[in-house]
Ligand binder design. Sequence first.
Ligand SMILES: NC(=O)c1ccc[n+]([C@@H]2O[C@H](COP(=O)([O-])OP(=O)(O)OC[C@H]3O[C@@H](n4cnc5c(N)ncnc54)[C@H](O)[C@@H]3O)[C@@H](O)[C@H]2O)c1
Length: 401
Amino acid sequence: MEWAGAEMPVLELIRQRFRKERPLEGLRLSACLHVTSETANLAVVLKEGGADLVLCASNPLSTQDDVAAALAGEHGIPTYAIKGENETTYYQHIEAALAHRPNLTMDDGADLVTVLHTQKPDLLPNVVGGTEETTTGVIRLKAMAAAGALKFPVIAVNEAMTKHFFDNRYGTGQSTLDGIIRATNILLAGKTIVVVGYGWCGRGVASRAKGMGANVVVTEIDPVRAIEALMDGFQVMTLIEAASKADIIITVTGNLNVVDDRHIDVLKDGAIICNSGHFNDEINIPGIAAQTKSKRHVREFVEEYVLNNGRKLYILGEGRLINLAAAEGHPAAVMDMSFANQALAAEYMVKQGKALKNQVYVVPEEIDREIARLKLDAMGVTIDTLTAEQTKYLASWEQGT
Ligand SMILES: NC(=O)c1ccc[n+]([C@@H]2O[C@H](COP(=O)([O-])OP(=O)(O)OC[C@H]3O[C@@H](n4cnc5c(N)ncnc54)[C@H](O)[C@@H]3O)[C@@H](O)[C@H]2O)c1
């Protein structure tokens, strides 16, 4: 936790202010986040800000058990999370976090909010609002709001520029490759790596894989993103074509059964498939299992499937986000900005929650810019400011030629 904290100067500044001002005083907060050393630093900040906080895991494979133990034992923050917990335990832990009767929720993927709405509606009147960390959670919450099912306002931390520009792109980019390397110890140079989805995460994964010497192919369903990938210098084709060339396929779409039965048929012998999107349903693992003669565990985080056609394929981390399953998730320096957004969004929700509708809100621009400014300060970078003349020029419609 200290090691991560040293790379989180923006969060540290917020901690110092929260300790003095106690903006979350008296608030019961249930957080469902990846239980990592970076999250632990956020948890400590929230507690020092006055929150009565409990934490549970937002994924069965992403917990760092030593961190969970330290939070519970040394910091007095009840933490319900065990790396490798099964689905039943995972949901029991979410229920334990909800038994705290939260006034504020903090979610990564919207599982906590979904269980709260579907199974514990009696707790809804206590809740002022929530925050949501990731793209998939934001999509789920927007669907709930559109259906009139969302019963409190939520701030989409993911939508902050200081979150997705950096965390999704540079954080997922680096840590996804880190997870693949730790799981397999394979050389990436010279391999054909297929990145499925060229969103914020996909852009990061593709550019880092290219930097490691891989031949990167991108597949997309969005024509604009496909052109962007092409102009960024990647080959773009359909997944069925790419799958036949792939040494490694990495999914980062937030979508369902992206790698499906028909792709499995054309894979090369020895192909590796993994996912860095939020849920473990991007790879159709039940579909693969149905075409499999035998399966064995060959290394930690590596399952070998011998297909009916005699070829072998390897699935990493049970199809769960590989950067958190086999590595340690995003580096702290990038989570510094994501979790600064979480802390400030929680404070904003306490102040403004009652005035908001039951909708999904973006992080206010002033918070986003303040985090960027603090991060630049911490990195020792000073930027220019507009002169009075420039400010006047940009605000005027009369000037020009
Ligand atoms: N591993 C992590 O630590 C981490 C971090 C941040 C986000 N995420 C998750 O990663 C996923 C992607 O996030 P993002 O911010 O990049 O989202 P995004 O919306 O920016 O990008 C997703 C892209 O996938 C494309 N896509 C959708 N279906 C596809 C298909 N069938 N084939 C090819 N492309 C397809 C979309 O067109 C889009 O361009 C989400 O589930 C998000 O929650 C994971």
